[in-house]
Design a protein around this ligand. Structure first.
Ligand code: PMV
Length: 313
């Protein structure tokens, strides 16, 4: 049996604007992981995907072309030149909530690619993994920027600009985030589509908002690299105001951001597509517990504390 895993991720700054060519910053969330295991099946059994959490078994031969799990398996087997179809069972598990901005789709796909490549004895470079996973992101997202597959395949903090090689971010000082789940599933494709329609209706206004987000993202990048962690809080608050102006916040997200700040967070913002999903709050090791408790009391259904440390682990 060969096993592999992949982390979740959060976008710290720049979501939505990144779809329009502006930079974004994302970090892996190593506490949340998707896992894939590949075992040999009897000769002639072919390839099958078992989604253990969903109690679902999908023989590859029966899967429609638009099934994202089947797509990533097919693409990876082609990349590995494993024709004819090998007799392998791929079992999946994930503790990353779906449709909540934590990169669950990209993480599951990344774990599959890594496990298949290991099982074939041909580990793939992160850039190749990222490109394969991007193809499945297109099914989930419509017009994905590519940030999820990039940060998850490299499993390092990144500054990302669509169409450019990702830049690894050096982290000057450790920082901690509380990630809080609103419990409201929010498909990325819908939020991204709504923003696109609004941008088409008033491009000048939206371009100006994206430019302001871009300035915040670049200031945040500098603060992260130089270890000026406390500067990140006000930048998160400002990014949140601009995301609300774009139309992707919600009353619940706003309420949770306020609760986090009142409990001592340095700043708070939604993360990912918005409307629901998760928000992030900047904390210290001392304030993390109080902020997490306040977020639960204000309605968050799940809270995770994650650290981004200077060696990128
Ligand atoms: O909800 P998530 O984490 O998949 O992030 C979506 C981020 C967007 O910028 C809104 C879309 C994208 O493709 O980058």
């Amino acid at each position: 049996m060969t096993t592999a895993s992949a982390s979740g991720k959060v976008i710290l700054f720049g979501e939505h604007a990144v779809v329009y060519g502006r930079p974004a910053i994302a970090v892996p969330v190593t506490e949340l992981r998707a896992r894939a295991a590949v075992t040999d099946a009897p000769p002639g059994a072919g390839c099958a995907i078992v989604a253990a959490d969903l109690n679902r078994r999908l023989p590859l031969a029966d899967a429609p072309p638009e099934d994202p799990l089947a797509l990533i398996v097919r693409l990876t087997l082609a990349e590995l030149d494993t024709a004819p179809e090998p007799d392998w069972t791929i079992t999946l598990r994930s503790d990353i909530p779906i449709a909540s901005g934590l990169g669950s789709g990209a993480a599951v796909s990344t774990a599959i690619v890594r496990a298949l490549a290991e099982h074939a004895g041909r580990p793939l470079a992160p850039g190749v993994v990222s490109a394969l996973v991007y193809e499945t992101e297109r099914l989930h997202h419509g017009t994905p920027s590519g940030i999820d597959n990039t940060v998850i395949a490299y499993e390092q903090p990144v500054r990302f600009v669509r169409g450019q090689p990702p830049q690894r971010l050096r982290v000057g000082a450790d920082f901690w985030l509380v990630i809080a789940d609103t419990g409201v599933a929010s498909p990325t494709k819908l939020a991204v589509g709504d923003v696109r329609r609004a941008w088409q209706a008033d491009p000048a206004h939206y371009e100006a908002l994206f430019d302001r987000i871009s300035h915040i993202t670049e200031a945040a990048r500098q603060a992260i690299e130089t270890g000026q962690v406390t500067e990140l809080g006000p930048l998160m608050d400002e990014n949140q105001r601009l995301l609300a102006a774009i139309g992707v916040s919600s009353p619940l997200l706003e309420r949770l951001c306020v609760a986090a700040r009142q409990a001592g967070a340095g700043g708070a913002k939604l993360s990912g597509a918005g409307r629901g999903g998760n928000l992030i709050a900047l904390v210290t090791q001392h304030t993390a517990e109080g902020v997490a408790a306040a977020l639960r009391a204000a309605g968050a259904i799940r809270v995770v504390v994650t650290g981004t440390t200077t060696d990128g682990e």
